[in-house]
Design a protein around this ligand. Structure first.
Ligand SMILES: *Cc1c(COP(=O)(O)O)cnc(C)c1O
Length: 353
């Protein structure tokens, strides 16, 4: 028997809706590193311990794989031959990959022009049928629900409860790594499935121990949890959280209230500056939406909302390589161009030091 890591459904079989005889569809997702931040906390000059749970290191580059292995395994178990989702990009990349693995079809609805190139490339490469709609994620979600009542396809958005089940395992891994839950868990919020899943996971593995305060962060232009009402025209550079009508509205409010948590918004400039900070100070390259958990954590540490002496975990949801266009566009440092000659290269590289 192999001792190699075989993915979430094997690892947490007894805590997931995995039944005997299921064909497990896995890409060995999960088991992502909990990386301590070194330079950012030091420069903040506050007594806190910060970690990043780098979910960008999942097989398709985002946490969506945790939910997708469970949802696609269940869909195949029920005899489904096709899956469908609306997506800002990462759900479609993940759905396409797991459908390919399972040998079934995938249909993905994406907002025209508002999807990062890496994510589109993934959906295409994995053989999804890509349907670009002239609308946003929320329009896509509405259409997917309607289509699923008329055609034999399984929805694999996070309204599918098996997605939430798979995603809760990130909390299990954090508690195993720290030996307890963190004091604060900071997380980007779009459709709000992931904050819901993390809260479920913490409650299931707490064993009577303390639970974290859940802090959810939204982009200022797509912040229904901060305004308290749905947003019809969400807008932000962080396309993965460009959602105005979150599907897990009630569950996310429950997580926030029951944990004595809060929601806060941060603007696009702060999101991009934090993305750059993580990359340039810590060596962690994430996509814009992911950086908002660290932006939020930093703001709350500075303001004293997060207690001194506390341990803070930030979910970094997706990899920076998903969206190279935004990364390059937001960098001002020039790329030096010189002739391919020793003197020129030496002058450009060594002399400035
Ligand atoms: C899906 C996604 C989110 C938002 O997660 P929700 O569960 O929709 O709140 C945040 N960041 C990235 C990179 C994502 O792919």
């Amino acid at each position: 028997m192999t001792t190699a890591y075989q993915g979430l459904l094997h690892r947490y079989r007894d805590r997931l809706p995995v039944v005997d005889g299921m064909r497990i569809i896995t890409l060995c997702e999960g088991n992502t590193p909990l990386i301590p931040l070194l330079n950012i906390p030091r420069e903040l000059g506050k007594d806190v311990t910060m970690y990043v749970k780098f979910e960008g290191l999942n097989p398709t580059g985002s946490f969506k794989d945790r939910g997708m292995t469970m949802a696609v395994t269940q869909a195949v178990h029920e005899g489904s031959r096709a899956i469908i989702c609306a997506s800002t990009g990462n759900t479609s990349a993940s759905a396409a990959a797991y459908a390919a693995r399972a040998g079934i079809r995938s249909f993905v609805l994406i907002p025209e022009g508002k999807i990062a190139m890496g994510k589109l490339a993934q959906a295409m490469m994995h053989g999804a049928i890509v349907i670009q709609i002239q609308g946003n994620f929320d329009d896509g979600m509405r259409l997917v629900k309607e289509v699923a009542t008329k055609a034999p396809v399984t929805i694999v958005n996070s309204i599918n409860p098996y997605r939430i089940q798979g995603q809760k395992t990130a909390s299990f891994e954090i508690v195993e790594a720290l030996g307890r839950a963190p004091d604060y868990h900071c997380i980007p919020v779009g459709n709000a499935g992931n904050i819901t899943a993390h809260w479920l996971g913490y409650r299931e593995c707490a064993n009577g121990g303390a639970l974290p305060v859940m802090a959810g962060y939204q982009a200022a232009g797509a912040a229904p949890f901060i305004s308290g009402q749905m947003v019809d025209q969400p807008e932000t550079v962080a396309t993965a959280i460009r959602i105005g009508h979150p599907q897990s509205w009630d569950a996310a409010w429950d997580a926030s209230r029951a944990s004595n948590g809060w929601f806060a918004a941060h603007d696009d400039a702060t999101i991009l500056a934090t993305q750059k900070l993580l990359a340039s100070k810590e060596g962690i390259f994430c996509e814009p939406a992911s950086a908002i958990s660290v932006a939020g954590a930093i703001a709350d540490i500075r303001s004293g909302r997060s207690r001194a002496g506390s341990t803070i975990v930030c979910t970094v949801t997706g990899h920076g390589l998903k969206d190279p266009d935004t990364a390059i566009a937001s960098n001002t440092a020039p790329v030096l161009k010189v002739p391919a000659a020793l003197d020129d290269v030496r002058r450009a590289s060594v002399e400035p030091l």
